[in-house]
Design a protein around this ligand. Structure first.
Ligand code: ARG
Length: 252
């Protein structure tokens, strides 16, 4: 009788420890990195409509590679570009990759990895009505809210008296241009190609030599991950994989 009871107690303990074991194993599996992005920026990050609602692109593949190398499962959160840095600060995401320039201003509040790409500003207009900066005098110009292009537009505002229309999504700014509610939009040459290919009514030109900073991954200020991310990014570059990712999306 006593033996039976001891066995019962033992088996409860055993089941308990097995369960505990299973729990801690689960904890391990849960090592997740949450990436924030603004999926309105093909070929860097965009929703592959042919493939459900999947977010794909150069940045996504870079992040997937880094997460894999560092042993994390990757989760992607799509949000407005302007919300990325606040989301980092409030721990809603672990890092942001969104064709984001590592600007001095942003560096005050977040960490950046080394840069992995350099783009230039690009002015796109309807039927190419705007062919040089001077043509912008008194015109209405669309930009993405919180972007470097918005900052640039503010400079042009002083110089040429343009009126700025900022939108949360790049696609919305371009939509305004197509509907002729703005005269031009400032985007980047890296994403302009896609729009020009799809919209024969749009034309544009690149602003040479005004982009000092390149794209980098943003992490929380003083994050321990920054160093690891840099190492993973370096490996990606040295192995030639980074180049392959770029080729895959730019030649699409
Ligand atoms: N490179 C610009 C910036 O850093 C624009 C980036 C916009 N990215 C995006 N996924 N919409 O401000």
């Amino acid at each position: 009788m006593l033996k039976k009871q001891i066995c019962k107690v033992l088996s409860i303990i055993l089941v308990g420890t097995t369960l505990l074991g299973a729990c801690s194993k689960k904890e391990e599996e849960k090592k997740v990195l949450v990436m924030g992005t603004s999926a309105d920026y093909a070929p860097f990050e965009y929703v592959d409509t042919a493939n459900g609602e999947k977010i794909v692109g150069i940045d996504v593949e870079i992040a997937e590679n880094i997460a894999e190398e560092l042993g994390y499962e990757l989760k992607i959160k799509d949000m407005d570009f302007n919300s990325l840095i606040p989301a980092l600060k409030s721990d809603k995401i672990d890092f942001a990759i969104a064709g984001m320039n590592a600007t001095e201003k942003r560096k005050k509040t977040v960490d950046f990895t080394d840069t992995y790409y350099v783009a230039s500003n690009f002015i796109m207009s309807h039927e190419g009505h705007i062919t040089k900066l001077e043509d912008l005098k008194g015109k209405t110009v669309g930009v993405q809210l919180g972007s470097v292009q918005e900052e640039y537009a503010k400079e042009l505002e002083k110089e040429y008296g343009i009126k700025i229309e900022a939108r949360n999504r790049v696609s919305d700014a371009v939509q305004e241009l197509k509907a002729e509610r703005v005269d031009a939009v400032i985007i980047e040459d890296s994403v302009s190609t896609g729009y020009l290919e799809k919209n024969s009514d749009l034309k544009g030109f690149k602003i040479e030599g005004d982009t000092a900073e390149g794209y980098a991954i943003a992490l929380k200020k003083n994050s321990e991950l920054t160093k690891e991310f840099n190492e993973a990014l370096k490996n990606l570059e040295e192995s030639g994989e980074l180049k392959q990712i770029f080729e895959k999306y730019f030649n699409k």
